[in-house]
Write a protein that binds this ligand. Structure first.
Ligand SMILES: [Zn+2]
Length: 338
């Protein structure tokens, strides 16, 4: 374990080196593990002005689902190449900001565990309670030896604090922002979840979420995402995104719109294609065959590009008049909450 390679971290550090002065890199946490210490990096590219839109990517919150980290690393490698010749991409960055936290839970990714070194499930770790029918997997305080442990409630884990700090410093300070948190493992469909995860009630920006979905449906009628509030599938305690969204939307000087999204890549599809996955450590959460992994590394780039452009040209979804707001809200209620 001491000298074991940490491939994803090595790849991330190579990407950071290649970006050079085209990005601002910070070490937002140092997580001790045995005799080693793993950094949590954040990468910020583009304009630092407070009036530009922001798109942010987070991966590896659940270490076992390391395909999320790999997809972000792959996207960063593409961006590095684009910056070499694509002037239009460089111009986009002058009027927007991209934020990346590819490995939020380095010990988890290194060991291949869902939780961090303290046995805490970081996506159950925020000070927010789920309401309604919660289960063990919704997050509990029984024991760190059981999965989905929330922590003892005294304070958030260092990794969760680092994520919140990056969101509050570089994302929610913008007039318009989207955060995309990459996970894998639930079901056979790729899902795109928006708040709430903690309660089965519509979140305040449901009209905008619906308008964004309509725009995506219209532009990519053959897309394969199931877009829905996360609580449609299950309700959890301690969701970091609900916590960050509520802190943002309930603050006195709230300005603009912050939309946290979770991309849950449906890994049961990979399992169905090769049942041997069941018997391997990463199998349930990770495509093991190289061609399948390659496919997943590029599969979501259309979505990433759409989200980026929707932030640059937001008229059709985030600047709705009262009639459009009302119509989208009614359609959202009928679609998701009837
Ligand atoms: Zn996950």
């Amino acid at each position: 374990m001491l000298n074991q390679a940490f491939t994803e971290l090595e790849q991330l550090e190579t990407v950071i080196q290649q970006l050079g002065d085209r990005a601002r890199v910070e070490t937002v946490g140092l997580i001790p593990f045995k005799a080693r210490e793993f950094p949590i990096y954040s990468i910020v590219m583009g304009s630092m002005r407070s009036d530009v839109p922001v798109l942010a990517f987070f991966g590896g919150v659940h270490g076992l689902e390391k395909i999320g980290s790999e997809v972000i690393l792959s996207y960063l490698q593409t961006i590095i190449q684009l910056l070499d010749w694509d002037e239009e991409f460089a111009q986009r960055l002058e009027r927007s900001r991209l934020v990346f936290m590819p490995i939020v839970n380095p010990v988890g990714v290194f060991r291949g565990t869902r939780c961090n070194a303290n046995g805490v499930d970081l996506m159950r770790n925020a000070p927010i309670e789920g309401s309604g029918n919660t289960k063990l997997y919704s997050g509990h305080r029984l024991s760190p030896r059981l999965p989905w442990y929330r922590g003892d409630g005294s304070q958030m884990e260092a990794e969760a604090q680092a994520l919140c700090q990056v969101v509050q410093r570089h994302v929610t300070n913008a007039p318009l922002s989207i955060a995309l948190d990459l996970h894998s493992g639930f079901g056979i469909h790729d899902r795109l979840w928006f708040p709430y995860a903690s309660r089965k009630q519509p979140f305040p920006d449901i009209a905008e979420a619906h308008a964004l979905k309509s725009l995506f449906d219209r532009c990519y009628p053959n897309h394969f995402y199931k877009i829905e509030p996360m609580s449609q599938e299950y309700v959890i305690n301690g969701d970091l995104w609900d916590y960050l969204y509520d802190s943002f939307s309930q603050s006195d000087n709230r300005q603009g719109l912050f939309l946290p999204l979770t991309l849950e890549m449906g890994s049961w599809l990979w399992l169905r294609k090769s049942p041997l996955h069941l018997f391997q450590r990463h199998g349930l959460f990770h495509p093991l065959l190289p061609h399948r992994q390659q496919r997943i590394l590029r599969r979501h780039f259309t979505l990433f590009d759409f989200l980026y452009r929707s932030l640059l040209y937001p008229a059709k979804w985030s600047r709705l008049d009262s009639g459009q707001l009302n119509m989208n809200r009614q359609q959202a209620l009928a679609l998701w909450y009837a």
